[in-house]
Design a protein around this ligand. Structure first.
Ligand code: NAD
Length: 299
């Protein structure tokens, strides 16, 4: 299949690489030259713009930071023509970014008006899952679009869920990430409490992993440096899932809660923590660096 891939960052880069490994022809576009070069070295073809990457494509996949970028790509803005208007054929459009459900519905509707199918297909599983091809895709859109997308998504992920109509993938993803923000801060808080009371963070992590506090952060993404060799915490919190992106997702949860009159006191607390952490200059660190927030003043 010929696939256009737009957005080759921490997640998009390895996802596009897995499409190449599955035997697809991948034409890529990003604003960052080094990201394009990495994909070229893996066998992708570069295009000078998103519209040219999409020429002749059967599927377009986008993996961009936020709603403003996704709206800009598909609907256009002052400095950027609309991809929907520039398409020559009728490719299936799959956006894997995490954005507001109403943004996803807006783009889906604009696509529908042009006879195109657009799916919101945000992912879970982190950079490790993107590299290993074990991501979870959470899809919103029609049954027919979902069926068409499945083989492409299965080349990048292990679990593929159909959450419901347009926007439903984003709703499920935002609920999940609100819980993740709460779990990561709670895990960092418990580790700090234990260490300040004389425990070894590795021993405490092992105990909590096998006890009722066990969770994803303890299992695969421990926030304490040195406890887990491959976790961003052991690499100075570089790479992974940025604090800025977690802050965005907790903001999306907060907006969704306000709109639907849902009480989210825990999510609000996590949002405040991450906003404060970002304001102290940690926005470009991995989100597990929230551990540093609890260790302030230790050194
Ligand atoms: P990133 O910042 O590493 O990558 C985004 C890429 O998009 C960058 O390479 C950037 O240059 C490119 N880009 C921005 N605007 C563009 C445009 N107009 N045209 C082409 N390229 C453009 O972000 P990421 O970590 O890869 O995350 C992408 C999305 O996936 C976000 O919505 C994030 O919330 C979500 N997500 C991330 C993770 C994670 O662990 N990093 C996990 C699940 C979901």
């Amino acid at each position: 299949m010929q696939i256009a891939f737009i957005g080759l960052g921490n997640m998009g880069g390895p996802m596009a690489t897995n499409l190449l490994k599955a035997g697809h022809q991948v034409v890529v576009f990003d604003l960052v030259e080094s990201a394009i070069q990495t994909l070229e070295a893996a066998g992708a073809r570069r295009a000078p713009s998103a519209a040219e990457a999409a020429q002749g494509a059967e599927v377009v996949v986008s993996m961009l930071p936020a709603g403003v970028h996704v709206r800009g790509l598909y609907l256009g803005r002052e400095d950027q023509p609309s991809l929907l208007d520039a398409l020559d054929g009728k490719p299936l459009l799959i956006d894997a970014s995490t954005i507001a459900p109403e943004d996803a519905r807006l783009v889906a509707e604009a696509a529908r008006e042009r006879g195109l199918e657009y799916l919101d297909a945000p992912v879970s599983g982190g950079v490790g899952g993107a590299r290993a091809g074990t991501l979870t895709f959470i899809v919103g859109g029609s049954e027919a679009g979902f069926a068409q997308a499945r083989p492409v998504l299965e080349a990048m992920g292990k679990n593929v869920f159909h959450a419901g109509e347009s926007g439903a993938g984003q709703v499920a993803k935002i609920c999940n990430n609100m819980l993740l923000g709460i779990l990561m801060s709670g895990t960092a808080e418990a580790l700090s409490l234990g260490v300040k009371n004389g425990l070894d963070p590795t021993v405490l992590s092992e105990i909590m992993k096998q006890s009722s506090g066990g969770n994803w952060a303890l299992n695969v993404y421990n926030p304490w440096p040195g406890v887990m060799e491959n976790a961003p915490a052991s690499n100075d919190y570089q790479g992974g899932f940025l604090v800025d992106l977690m802050t965005k997702d907790l903001g999306l949860a907060w907006e969704m809660a306000l709109e639907s009159r849902a009480a989210v006191p825990m999510g609000s607390q996590a949002r405040n923590l991450f906003v404060q952490h970002a304001a102290q200059g940690s926005g470009r660190l991995d989100f597990s660096s929230i551990q540093r927030f609890y260790r302030a003043g230790e050194e």
